[in-house]
Design a protein around this ligand. Sequence first.
Ligand code: GLU
Ligand code: ZN
Length: 307
Amino acid sequence: MILAVSIPQPTTIFGSSYRGRFAPSPTGPLHLGSLATALGSWLDARAHQGKWLLRIEDVDVPRSLPGATATILHQLSACGLQWDEEVIYQSQRTPNYESALLQLFQAGLIYPCTCSRQAIVNALAAQGTYPGRHEELIYPRICRPTPIPHALANSEFVNLAHPVAWRIALQSEELNQSIGDFVLRRADGFFTYQMAVVVDDAAQNITHIVRGADLASNTARQIYLQSALGYPTPHYLHLPLVLDQRGDKLSKQTMATAIATDNAQLTLQALQLAAGHLGLTSLPNKDHVTIAEWLLAATQAWREQKI
Ligand code: GLU
Ligand code: ZN
């Protein structure tokens, strides 16, 4: 007699709750540096049998370049870096950021600020602090009221939203010294990267953030904001940056060359270079494998290197 045995399927396989993401700003096509970040986060997700989501960080609409998003999606697809789920666009998520801002307002954690950059520089100078031209300014709390009023009606809060900036009032003296009350919404009405990234990472249930080391200095702000909003804090991994010959970070702003994905050979060449920057060695020779085979070998190499 043949018995039909039904084997119960495990509801969770190893690492299946892993959710990673790649979150490029569409200020230009992918270059070697951004490809290395994309590849590192993709490999980490695949090595954990997790999901890899794609989010277009076009929150700063004036800085986004028309056509850049289409190019990035095309380049990622050509590289075989396929994303799971629907692509999220920050430019379409303003209501989500508004409700997070309102939540912080009602908790008495934010305040409006009308300081110009020059006013902040002057206030810092009065304290004997002279930051460099491109250095971030640690806000000297000129506009911070004590205590922060949160008795305004929601409608009044909405009216107040323009044209003032909204800053978060850091509760720890140490963070006040090192980071300063940072802006969540700018006076021009656009939400900042810090706010958008924290709201979206939570909305997408991101568990693992793998990104470039240039963003490491933002992590403390983001963790602070997560706790203020009651969100969980994901795991962070910061990848080494790809530098140019002068030792500067490759960036779209400095016109780093776009990676070529016109054919499989060129694409594999770009992937191989990106993998080299991630410290992955002994990958198969690109002349003898398909992109899919190469990615499989790279995932295995990543697993052995990182886990
Ligand atoms: N959009 C950011 C960038 O392109 C990355 C955000 C992040 O990974 O947290 O630099
Ligand atoms: Zn101010």
